[in-house]
Ligand binder design. Structure first.
Ligand code: KIV
Length: 274
């Protein structure tokens, strides 16, 4: 990566400047071709650990490894030019100790060239955010519904529906903000809770299933493109690629079976002698 490429990218100051301004446009990207398509339009490309479910067919994000995140992070960095790229720290790569978090997060930055990491920030994780930021690693926090906690939560459940849970999510957000995260994802909370957190923290908030009161929005790209037959209620589908792919593949299969493909324009012929 050249110095020029790096300086053309958005940086943490650009992202911080979005607090209370035009909402940040953020999407997930896991592959080089998709990153190339999304780069011009997005402020942030997140190499989310949702890659485990979307690309690798895992049932949850718990099985995702650091090596998987690094491989996908490298692919996204290769073809993006201007977006700020954040790579998720997967389950088990940062919780054991501050040292473990730094060793693994620095690996992600060094081996991918991305600008920042994201961690799912329960209140205990504020110390991790502080430790990483103090040592030169920008951190995006992730509060509210934390998919890596699916086994203790008993599924992917919206958060903040009881008073106790509400104050826990607020404490997580306030602690991560005070610890120096440059932005935070708020997932799966009611509008008034997202609004309260957004008003209370100094960093921009990026909502997913958390209403338009946030300072930006993020979705899993494959969800908005209509790649799955089921999506959560907070997703708006902007395309129906699942059906487009089925139509294309059925057309191909039928042409192959009837020998309509390949046709005269799709074959090589002997060059005529001059
Ligand atoms: O892993 C992911 O894709 C995420 C987003 C959904 C915020 O964390």
């Amino acid at each position: 990566m050249s110095a020029q490429t790096q300086s053309a990218r958005k940086n943490v100051r650009d992202i911080a400047a979005a607090k209370g301004a035009t909402p940040l446009v953020c999407l997930t990207a896991y592959t080089a071709p998709m990153a190339a398509l999304l780069d011009d339009t997005c402020d942030i490309l997140l190499v989310g650990d949702s890659v485990g479910m979307v690309i690798h067919g895992l049932p949850t994000t718990v099985g995702v490894t650091l090596d998987m995140m690094i491989l996908h992070g490298q692919a996204v960095m290769r073809t993006s030019r201007q977006a700020f790229v954040v790579v998720d720290m997967p389950f088990g790569s940062y919780e054991a100790s501050l040292e473990q978090a730094f060793v693994n997060a620095s690996r992600v930055l060094k081996e991918t060239g991305c600008q920042a990491v994201k961690i799912e920030a329960g209140e205990y994780a504020a110390a991790t955010v502080r430790h990483l930021v103090d040592r030169g690693i920008p951190v995006m926090a992730h509060v509210g519904l934390r998919p890596q906690a699916t086994n203790v939560d008993g599924g992917f459940k919206a958060k903040g529906r009881t008073e106790a849970e509400r104050s826990r999510v607020i404490s997580e957000a306030v602690a991560a903000d005070a610890a120096g995260c440059f932005a935070m994802v708020i997932e799966g909370v009611a509008e008034d809770l997202a609004a309260q957190i957004t008003a209370q923290v100094s960093c921009p908030t990026v909502g997913i299933g958390a209403s338009a009161t946030c300072d930006g929005q993020i979705l899993v790209t494959d969800d908005l493109l209509g790649m799955f037959d089921w999506t959560p209620r907070f997703v708006r589908r902007y395309a129906d690629l699942r059906n487009s792919i089925a139509t294309a593949v059925n057309g191909y299969a039928s042409d192959v079976r009837s020998r309509a493909f390949p046709g005269p324009k799709e074959i090589y012929t002997l060059k005529k002698a001059p």
